[in-house]
Design a protein around this ligand. Structure first.
Ligand code: AMP
Length: 193
């Protein structure tokens, strides 16, 4: 099993690159943002609770997200591996994920961190807001999401850095060029399927 975290601030390209990686390496893609948006659209109790945070650009409480991830991992026991996109987003989530994987006799093998200048992030997210229909892709909420990233999510990089698992990837080139850089790192662990 090979487990990868695609890390980076909002708008750094995690979603786009996760799709490319999933297709090439046949990993199971787990995006907590997508899972939460699905709960919101179905107006489940979890979705109604999560929406309050998401609409304000705040992180959804750890216990909600961790429970969701745990059941998702259990759904595909024979996966070749997982690609985590938008998770973990706090140190508590990272520690919970490490424990969850240890319990399954596996681990996070690699964390690829997409590095994109902040001005580019805001431009990309505002642009996406025009086409995506996502209620959190407007300038006011984007600013809050980036603030949450610096306060709560950036420490996750230090956590994996301390285990020697973090590799930084230049993320402001074309989608194709960034994918080549990501693949070069993944190929050290896993061949395309
Ligand atoms: P994303 O699609 O990854 O940008 O996530 C959209 C929103 O969903 C975030 O701004 C948070 O409100 C929420 N969210 C997604 N993933 C997480 C997570 N791992 N922990 C807490 N909140 C999350």
């Amino acid at each position: 099993m090979f487990n990868l975290i695609l890390f980076g601030p909002p708008g750094s390209g995690k979603g786009t690159q996760s799709v490319n990686i999933t297709e090439t390496y046949k990993l199971q893609h787990i995006s907590t943002g997508d899972l939460l948006r699905d709960e919101v659209s179905r107006q489940t109790p979890l979705g109604v609770e999560a929406q309050k945070y998401m609409d304000q650009g705040l992180l959804v409480p750890d216990e909600v997200v961790i429970g969701m991830i745990s059941s998702r991992i259990d759904e595909t026991p024979s996966a070749r591996g997982f690609i985590f996109d938008g998770f973990p987003r706090t140190k508590a989530q990272a520690e919970a994920l490490d424990k969850l994987l240890e319990f399954k006799n596996t681990q996070i093998h690699l964390v690829l961190s997409l590095e994109v200048p902040e001005n580019d992030l805001i431009q990309r997210l505002v642009g996406r807001g025009i086409t995506s229909g996502r209620s959190d892709d407007n300038e006011e909420v984007i600013t809050k999401r980036i603030k949450e990233y610096h306060a709560k999510t950036a420490p996750v990089a230090d956590h994996y850095q301390s285990y020697g698992k973090l590799t930084q990837i230049k993320g402001d080139n074309s989608i194709e060029d960034t994918f080549k850089l990501l693949s070069k790192e993944i190929d050290k662990y896993l061949q395309p399927a």
